[in-house]
Design a protein around this ligand. Structure first.
Ligand SMILES: CC(C)(COP(=O)(O)OP(=O)(O)OC[C@H]1O[C@@H](n2cnc3c(N)ncnc32)[C@H](O)[C@@H]1OP(=O)(O)O)[C@@H](O)C(=O)NCCC(=O)NCCS
Length: 169
């Protein structure tokens, strides 16, 4: 995959000193093809472009992209949930282009999402992750999320989900 005229090595990884400027902003409908490509490259059961577009239409305040030199390098989609007793944020989907991983982009996307949840007076954040997705669990642990329980058969292929949470305050 080529990135910004020569910012990649032959094997497709970025050279550290050439990482373009990273910006976090709200996603736009025109970002959906790039988001869908990253989704395809990141998950065994990717959301299709229509589902991503519908999510953006429903939850535009909590759908962010990271751009690197103007190109979409990752995204996070979330939403607020109000149980009547408390409000909490839900991270529904996050992925970073494989070329741009391990450079702090997802950390920045989650931080932006957390800020958005905090201004909406959420008391905490919840997410689900596949039991087999130990790299993502390690990532969330680094950001202060902790496993709280499992949901049996949560995913379409029958795999269990680990529910992880982080509380504000
Ligand atoms: C999980 C994912 C979003 C992380 O994105 P990223 O931009 O590479 O993550 P960051 O560079 O911001 O990493 C933040 C921290 O998590 C750690 N981390 C990131 N990926 C990790 C991994 N695979 N294993 C262990 N730790 C990891 C980093 O070392 C970093 O910690 P540090 O700052 O203390 O060094 C990315 O690997 C991805 O898109 N995976 C596929 C999609 C996916 O599984 N999404 C989650 C579904 S619930």
């Amino acid at each position: 995959m080529k990135v910004n005229g020569g910012a990649t090595k032959a094997n497709g990884t970025l050279q550290g000193h050439m990482l373009p400027e990273i910006t976090i902003r709200r996603a736009r409908p025109g970002d959906i093809p790039d988001i869908a490509r990253i989704e395809q490259e990141s998950f065994p059961d990717p959301w299709d472009a229509a589902v991503l577009a519908e999510t953006l239409a429903l939850l535009p305040e909590t759908f962010f992209v990271a751009t690197a030199g103007g190109r979409v390098a990752g995204f996070v989609a979330g939403g607020l949930e109000d149980t009547g007793e408390e409000v909490y944020g839900h991270i529904c989907n996050i992925a970073v282009d494989p070329v741009f991983r391990k450079r702090g982009i997802a950390r920045r996307l989650v931080a932006r999402e957390e800020q958005q949840f905090a201004v909406s007076l959420a008391t905490g954040i919840q997410l689900e992750v596949r039991v087999s997705n130990t790299p993502a669990q390690a990532f969330y642990r680094r950001l202060g999320y902790r496993p709280v329980f499992c949901i049996a058969g949560y995913y379409a292929n029958g795999e269990d989900a680990v529910v992880m949470m982080k509380w504000f305050g």
